[in-house]
Design a protein around this ligand. Structure first.
Ligand SMILES: Nc1ncnc2c1ncn2[C@@H]1O[C@H](COP(=O)(O)OP(=O)(O)OP(=O)(O)O)[C@@H](O)[C@H]1O
Ligand SMILES: [Mg+2]
Length: 369
């Protein structure tokens, strides 16, 4: 069976490899001939809005999905006229615009930090006065890895923030003094079945995910249940099919949604070695109408992103329980070029592995943002 995928980055590369043993062949559309997924599946090089390239992607595909959410909704809709498209284009539309996303989350009962849409400098000054400082100004669209954001620490920062970002539609959010960041990874099948992975604890620096720990430590059943309820509240009204990630801020026992991704997610890479079924396999199972796989963890995992520079592969591979994934991308500051997953059978053993491997990973060189 052929699966068309919009986007050909490392997420696509990992999708293709998960699909291979199931007899699923992925074909990717990406504007770059260097796209990493091209090493694991067929690559159509073309623009996301080029009708001929979209037709080529859909040709013979039983289903089309995405590994990148900033593709035009009109392209997903065009494809939906020819074949099945999962997750539904509406999910793409909701997650592409932070204002639409927050309105949607609020409408289904998933709490988000206080926010205001911003269309002018005066509106920004009023919103800063209203929400208070610190607050984070973000572009409504096209942000990733913390790009398109400005931390407003005092009302005096409004001018500079506006000068930097004011050309695009914006949203202002209260800065959340969270206890920690978590993510919930959920999958919904074509038959409406839902499965959730154990909550993941995420560490970001400079707006970029650096490390995930899974299952997150200190998760009482009520917290896991609340996160799964949030996921269900998003999945069901959208009649969603596929993997969904919701990034969360934990404050006390409460969870605020930061954003959602209608695709496999960096905080789910640990599932390749650390769960019974990887997020990539479960995404493909869902969109092709196969039964969902077990989302249980096998032991405890740490996923370390390789950003801007690579470690010596041999030094990492010498450590039993360390798994190396190199995306084949040219290193650049701030760019995700691989990850290492450590799997152990206890937290104490995982801590020992981390103490051995984390020092081997070079820091991200300056200049990335
Ligand atoms: N309102 C906020 N309060 C506190 N921290 C925040 C807030 N918004 C963002 N951050 C911090 O910045 C990180 C990146 O923000 P966000 O997820 O909005 O950016 P992004 O560019 O969409 O990132 P990505 O797509 O890589 O997840 C968050 O994970 C969090 O650490
Ligand atoms: Mg994010």
């Amino acid at each position: 069976m052929r699966v068309g995928v919009l986007g050909g980055g490392q997420l696509g590369w990992m999708l293709a490899r998960a699909g291979d043993p199931l007899g699923l062949r992925c074909r990717f559309l990406d504007p770059s001939p260097e796209a990493p997924a091209g090493r694991a599946g067929e690559l159509v090089v073309g623009a996301y809005d080029d009708p001929a390239s979209l037709d080529r992607l859909a040709d013979g595909a039983a289903v089309v999905t995405y590994e990148f959410e900033n593709v035009p909704v009109s392209s997903a809709e065009r494809l939906a006229g020819r074949t099945r498209v999962f997750p539904p284009p509406r999910a793409l539309e909701v997650s592409q615009d932070r204002v639409t996303e927050k309105r949607f989350l609020e409408s289904v009962g998933v709490p988000v930090p206080p926010w205001r849409p911003i269309g002018s400098r005066d509106e920004l000054a009023r919103a800063v006065a209203h929400l208070g400082c610190p607050a984070v100004l973000k572009t409504r669209r096209l942000g990733y890895d913390g790009k398109g954001q400005y931390l407003i620490e005092t009302p005096g920062d409004v001018e500079r923030a506006w000068a930097q970002l004011g050309a695009a539609p914006l949203v202002l959010e209260s800065f959340v003094r969270f206890d920690r960041e978590l993510s919930v990874l959920a999958v919904r099948g074509r038959d409406g079945a839902i499965a959730c992975y154990p909550l993941v604890e995420n560490l970001h620096r400079g707006g970029i995910l650096r490390r995930s720990l899974a299952p997150a430590d200190r998760v009482p059943p009520a917290l896991q249940a609340r996160a799964e309820q949030h996921a269900r509240r998003v999945l069901e009204p959208l009649d969603y099919v596929g993997m969904l990630a919701i990034e969360l801020f934990q404050v006390g026992e409460g969870l605020l949604a930061n954003e959602m991704a209608p695709r496999v997610h960096n905080s789910g890479h640990w599932t390749i070695e650390g769960a019974a079924t990887s997020q990539f396999e479960n995404h493909l199972r869902a969109v092709t109408g196969l039964p969902l796989g077990d989302t249980g963890a096998r032991g405890v995992s740490a996923m370390l992103n390789l950003i801007g520079a690579l470690p010596d592969p041999a030094s990492v591979l010498r450590v039993p329980g360390a798994h190396l994934h190199l995306y084949g991308k040219t290193p650049r500051p701030g760019r995700k070029i691989g990850h290492v997953t450590l799997v152990a059978d206890s937290r104490a053993a995982l801590d020992r592995l981390r103490a051995e491997v984390e020092p081997l990973i070079p820091p991200d060189p300056p200049g990335g943002s």
